[in-house]
Design a protein around this ligand. Structure first.
Ligand SMILES: *[C@@H]1O[C@H](CO)[C@@H](O)[C@H](O)[C@H]1NC(C)=O
Ligand SMILES: *[C@@H]1O[C@H](CO)[C@@H](O)[C@H](O)[C@H]1NC(C)=O
Length: 214
């Protein structure tokens, strides 16, 4: 099967994780080595026509100030998620590029036993990761508060993938269809065009949601 045809896995590029680490709140304190090394363009107040013309079909972009997900963010604290979804069974995937192994576990067990910083030498196929495979009826009370990026592509529908992962976790280089990835404790949204190669590294425990346009 072509990589782009798979329901897919993760993303959120190390640059975005780096932004998230410094993101949460304090604006423009400068000196962010990671941000200075980030070659992906950033745009605030991008219009839809500019998005379509310059990025949608050709290159990634980091979008700022697109939506206000502060309510969703508040609902995604560890305490709130455990209180609402602790007993809910989640489906975990291994973190290699194509996810083969799946494990079902109560959310609370995932958070308490598996959501810890990863040993940097551990392999993706040995890491269990909560991303995608979401049961949208069980999580509806949370997802209804998420405002997706307002830019769509003609003829596509949106599909969410929600996940939480420990520091040091990630996914090796891969690609898939276009969409957006938002780090919930950051303030920025990454747009990734169709078949854009990327990898992911979560620098801290991360909560993220992707909107795939398919
Ligand atoms: C992960 O991959 C390594 C190297 O290919 C292999 O030795 C190991 O058995 C794999 N682990 C699992 C759980 O499949
Ligand atoms: C989603 O959760 C509901 C309620 O627990 C359950 O009935 C349903 O089978 C689940 N769907 C999938 C695809 O697992």
């Amino acid at each position: 099967m072509a990589p782009g045809a798979r329901p897919l896995l993760l993303l959120a590029v190390w640059t975005l994780a780096a932004l998230a680490r410094r993101g949460s709140g304090e604006a423009g304190d400068g000196g962010a080595a990671e941000e200075q090394r980030c070659a992906v363009e950033r745009r605030a107040d991008l219009s839809y026509s500019e998005f379509v013309q310059h990025y949608a079909f050709s290159r990634p972009v980091i979008l700022q100030g697109l939506t206000d997900n502060s309510r969703f963010r508040a609902l995604c604290s560890r305490e709130r998620l455990l209180a609402s979804f602790g007993d809910t069974v989640v489906r975990l995937s291994t973190a290699n590029t194509y996810s083969y192994r799946k494990v079902d576990l109560p959310f609370q067990e995932y958070v308490e036993h598996l959501l810890h910083p990863q040993d940097p030498t551990s392999l993706g196929n040995d890491t269990l990761y909560f991303f995608g495979d979401n049961n949208f009826s069980e999580w509806a009370s949370l997802f209804q508060h998420y405002s997706p990026p307002p830019f769509s592509l003609l003829g596509t529908t949106i599909a969410y993938s929600f996940g939480i992962a420990g520091a040091g976790s990630g996914v090796p280089f891969h690609w898939h269809g276009p969409g957006f990835s938002e780090v919930i404790y950051g303030r920025k949204v990454l747009y990734f065009p169709d078949r854009w190669w990327h990898a992911t590294l979560n620098l801290d425990t991360s909560v993220f949601i992707s909107t795939f346009l398919g």
